[in-house]
Design a protein around this ligand. Structure first.
Ligand SMILES: Nc1nc2c(ncn2[C@@H]2O[C@H](COP(=O)(O)OP(=O)(O)OP(=O)(O)O)[C@@H](O)[C@H]2O)c(=O)[nH]1
Ligand SMILES: [Mg+2]
Length: 330
């Protein structure tokens, strides 16, 4: 606390440092309600993360993070619910971070709500958190890692992050997960499209869900072929999330992946890469803030003026950089 008093403001956004410290201590003591409130602060103001990390960072690293992504409607949430049950049967505790595409007021059912009301309600080996994607403008990279660390600090064995794959957004989950499950389904999105656009690279494990639907085996063969063409060795599994068929094999495959990665050192390498990316993202954010602060209220005006004068963006950027003292070639 004394350090904050010396070199930090008394509050971050709406919340006082004292309150943040109280929440962080709650998390360290395993208080879930404190954790949920801390996560809200982190989501709405990333600077709260600095305070959280100071106490939490050194105590995390035990949880394994599993990303589950794939096209809308492929059955990810249903599958995540089943994976949670399978982990619970194996006596592992699980936290879920669902990055929901739908807004709570948009009528879409949030995975979190669905699971909370469902069979996992009242099970304290399960913790569920939804973040609305629309609040995370380009922000999964910034908001997800600290939220995951809070879950880790609470002592969960596994953390599942569900994100909807739309276009290239699948790639973001790679940076926060130790293993990514790419879900496809016959008819849901276009598996072929995913292969062409390189999204298939995101998956460490592939699951073709809705195995009861026509075409599932065909999709599986296509994925197997695409994976083989890339010279990769990847499990390609079938599942039927609504009945639970194939889920045990999926979790076996996940656990196998995680333990091999821990043994051959790739887990540590991957974590280090993720942390490097996170650091860089935070640094960029600070740099942008610094630039905006440097110009104060004149920032927008200076830009607009320069452009209206006919300066090219590259010329203008160089000119503004000089004004900020950012001289010299990078
Ligand atoms: N036939 C069949 N339907 C399934 C299966 N798994 C899930 N579904 C259904 O598919 C629909 C979509 O399932 P969700 O789990 O919400 O899919 P999602 O990928 O999480 O969807 P978004 O989060 O909106 O992208 C639901 O109606 C499920 O009941 C399956 O194995 N077979
Ligand atoms: Mg979902």
């Amino acid at each position: 606390l004394s350090r904050h008093a010396a070199d930090s403001p008394a509050a971050i956004g709406e919340v006082s440092i004292v309150e943040l410290d109280r929440l962080v201590h709650g998390v360290v003591a395993g208080d879930r309600r404190a954790a949920a409130r801390l996560m809200s602060h982190i989501e709405s103001d990333v600077d709260a993360l600095g305070v959280a990390d100071e106490a939490i960072y050194s105590m995390v690293g035990n949880a394994r993070v599993v990303g589950v992504t794939g096209p809308p409607g492929s059955g990810k949430s249903t599958l995540v619910g089943r994976i949670v049950s399978e982990y619970r049967a194996r006596k592992l505790s699980v936290a879920v971070l669902a990055v929901d595409p739908s807004s709570p007021d948009g009528g879409g059912a949030l995975l979190g709500d669905r699971l909370r009301m469902g069979q996992h309600a009242g099970d304290d080996g399960v913790f569920i958190r939804s973040m609305a994607a629309r609040d995370l403008l380009g922000g999964l990279a910034i908001a997800a890692p600290p939220v995951i660390r809070v879950m880790d600090a609470l002592g969960f064995d596994r953390i599942i992050v569900e994100t909807v794959g739309v276009g290239q957004s699948e790639f973001a989950v790679r940076d926060v997960a130790d293993c990514v499950v790419l879900v496809s389904a016959p008819g849901a999105g276009d598996a072929l499209q995913a292969m062409k656009s390189g999204i298939i690279e995101v998956g460490d494990i592939h699951v073709v869900n809705k195995a009861d639907r026509e075409g599932a085996v065909h999709v599986m063969r296509d994925i197997q072929a695409a994976v083989a063409r890339r010279g990769k060795r990847r499990s390609v599994l079938l599942s039927q999330a609504d009945s639970g068929a194939g889920v045990r094999e999926l979790v076996d495959s996940l656990e196998h992946y995680l333990s091999s990665a821990a043994m051959d050192g790739s887990h540590r390498e991957r974590r280090l890469r993720s942390l490097q990316k996170e650091t860089l993202t935070l640094l960029e954010r600070r740099a942008v803030q610094h630039i905006q602060l440097g110009f104060g209220d004149r920032f927008q005006a200076e830009m607009t003026e320069g452009l209206l004068e006919g300066r090219s963006p590259s010329d203008l950027a160089a000119h503004l950089a000089t004004q900020l003292g950012l001289t010299g070639r990078p």
